[in-house]
Design a protein around this ligand. Structure first.
Ligand SMILES: *Cc1c(COP(=O)(O)O)cnc(C)c1O
Length: 360
């Protein structure tokens, strides 16, 4: 058996070069005479690694100097709750824009902690579009506006950053970070679970504007307080050192590919190839409005549900892994994050053509 093309939505494929490097230095990292997983996070070697990873991410996204970069734990989901804990009072409005399952979950987790308002929702379209900015009902006194720039499950993506005026914009960029240029300055806070475009699950990267950290309530337990994490260089307690190390390797890999501008060209080409084939096939179908289609997650259905099991079995046998759609949507989903090469998408399209011809 050999490695397949992995279309998993997350934990997702990592660049093969990164896995090989991690394998080569798994037992002895640098001059440590031990694995990177086995050394103190407070030693100078690990501190240097941590600082380099942060610098590489800052370079890749041109993160302005007045933003902190944090390496946290708990997955994006923990931060659905921790964000309102830090940035809103219980009686204060927080605006959520619902564009799919992840934004719904983020709003739900915030409910016990702040006065959640749904500023806009595309639920009526079964989350097949992004609600037009002009129709959003924003509260000018809200603590923040929360958006999910890429909805991983239904494959819906914002292709522009919405203007929210003086109200700070927060974005869950778990499944789009590093896939294309991102204007950090338009957001007050960005966060991402690592397991799509950054590294292993469990690690969360957060980019947060300094002035926001002044709002963190002093009576929060330290471990939940972002200002404390920032003050301690994300080492308030033992960080996910293995995740931080792998994230650092991935940042170097993205740089070596030419950075986020090159990544965007690569991802646009993959998305065009796959959507172009689906739309022209007369067989497969993607329900998302063209202007809102994700470059990272491409759900599609077959003409009859009873073909799904056969498609999955045969695609798996052909080395095309994890194409099963999310249980909320059914059908298939191809996640084509940064680490998926164009050849992988071409192999998928070739398989889909052949399958359609045999199962018309
Ligand atoms: C995967 C994902 C999450 C959840 O991440 P966890 O690490 O499982 O908590 C949240 N938001 C988006 C957009 C995601 O893609």
């Amino acid at each position: 058996m050999s490695r397949g093309y992995n279309f998993s939505a997350g934990p997702a494929a990592l660049p093969e070069d990164v896995l090989r490097q991690a394998q080569a230095e798994l037992l002895e990292w640098g001059s440590a005479r031990a694995s990177v997983m086995e050394i103190s996070h407070r030693g100078k070697d690990f501190i240097a690694l941590a600082e380099q990873a942060e610098q590489d991410l800052r370079d890749l996204l041109a993160v302005p100097a007045n933003y902190k970069v944090l390496f946290l734990q708990g997955g994006a989901t923990q931060h659905f709750a921790q964000i309102p804990m830090n940035f809103a009072r219980r009686d204060q409005a927080v605006d959520y824009v619902l564009t799919g399952d992840w934004s719904e979950k983020a709003a739900k987790e915030a409910k016990p902690l702040a006065r959640v308002r749904i500023a806009a929702s595309a639920a009526d379209s079964n989350y097949a579009r992004i609600p037009a900015r002009a129709a959003w009902d924003l509260d000018p006194t809200a603590a923040y506006v929360h958006v999910t720039p890429n909805e991983t499950i239904r494959g819906v993506e914002f292709h522009e950053v919405p203007d929210t005026g003086a109200v700070p914009l927060f974005g869950d960029v778990s499944s789009t970070i590093l896939s294309r240029p991102l204007d950090v300055s338009k957001y007050a806070l960005l966060y991402a679970g690592a397991q799509k475009n950054i590294g292993p699950s469990g690690l969360v990267v957060m980019i947060v504007r300094d002035d926001l950290l002044e709002r963190c309530p002093r009576d929060l337990p330290k471990i939940f307080n972002y200002a404390e994490h920032a003050a301690q260089g994300s080492m308030l307690n033992t960080p996910n050192t293995w995740g931080w190390y792998l994230a650092g390797l991935v940042f170097k890999w993205v740089k070596a590919q030419g950075g986020v501008v090159a990544m965007a060209e690569h991802n646009r080409a993959k998305a065009q190839l796959l959507y172009g084939y689906i739309d022209g096939s007369g067989y497969y179908r993607n329900p998302v409005e063209k202007s809102a289609r994700s470059w990272m997650n491409v759900p599609f259905t077959l003409p009859r549900e009873d073909l799904d099991a056969k498609f999955l079995e045969e695609s798996e046998a052909a080395g095309l892994l994890a194409l099963k759609g999310h249980r909320a949507v059914g059908g298939m989903r191809a996640s084509i994050y940064n680490a998926m090469p164009l050849e992988g998408v071409q192999a998928l399209v070739d398989f889909m053509k052949d399958f359609a011809a045999r199962n018309g």
